[in-house]
Design a protein around this ligand. Sequence first.
Ligand SMILES: *Cc1c(COP(=O)(O)O)cnc(C)c1O
Length: 244
Amino acid sequence: MTEELSIEKNKIYDAVKANYTEITENIARAAEKSGRKAGDISFLAATKTVEPELINYAISLGLKKIGENKVQELLSKYEEYDLKNSELHFIGHLQTNKVRQIIGKVSMIQSVDSIRLAREISRLSVREGVTTDILIEVNIGREENKSGVLTENLDELIGEISLLENIKVRGLMSVPPICDNKQEISKFFDNMYKLFIDISSKKSDNVYMDFLSMGMSDDYQEAILCGANMIRVGSRLFGARIYR
Ligand SMILES: *Cc1c(COP(=O)(O)O)cnc(C)c1O
């Protein structure tokens, strides 16, 4: 590596370190404000477009969860992730015909929104002899072209999935619409939290409401204040994404 390149690289690594510290401090503050501890909130880093070496650097700083949103990219980076010290989640839209490629490789699939997808996860998990943890993705903004189940279909979907083998519902996930202000997005987060509490209170067999995954770079603190216990942050940690 030339000297210039290594100076550039050091800058990026230093920035990620500073960002990591800032985000964890903000998480702790928001957790406290909402009557919880920093340790109650999972910080997942969304790692799309980020080189494995930099991802592993973040893991060395204490990051415990990483998430990819494309199967192809996950597979191309899979051998390099430091998964001894971190969990790998799948957080993007998942096509049924690609489930096979990630079962047994990921700790959690956060984006299950149909019984068809759940059945395939169940079938392949049985075959591989693993149990796959999932979150149900909710289309809380009722957006036409977005993944996620609509709220009126949520109970039925969870009921059906709870009967499947080797798949375990661990909570809910959402990507709310882009909003102009914090109040607007907080309404979506509040609505997610209500669903989360409603479903928890039903105490259905084989349904565990352990995680409410919502909040990204621009709004993770609001999400925590509204009850999120898992946030997914990408660009605020790694810097603006460069698509190659
Ligand atoms: C990219 C991504 C994030 C993080 O987005 P940032 O705005 O960069 O923090 C969170 N969730 C999902 C599903 C993503 O694909």
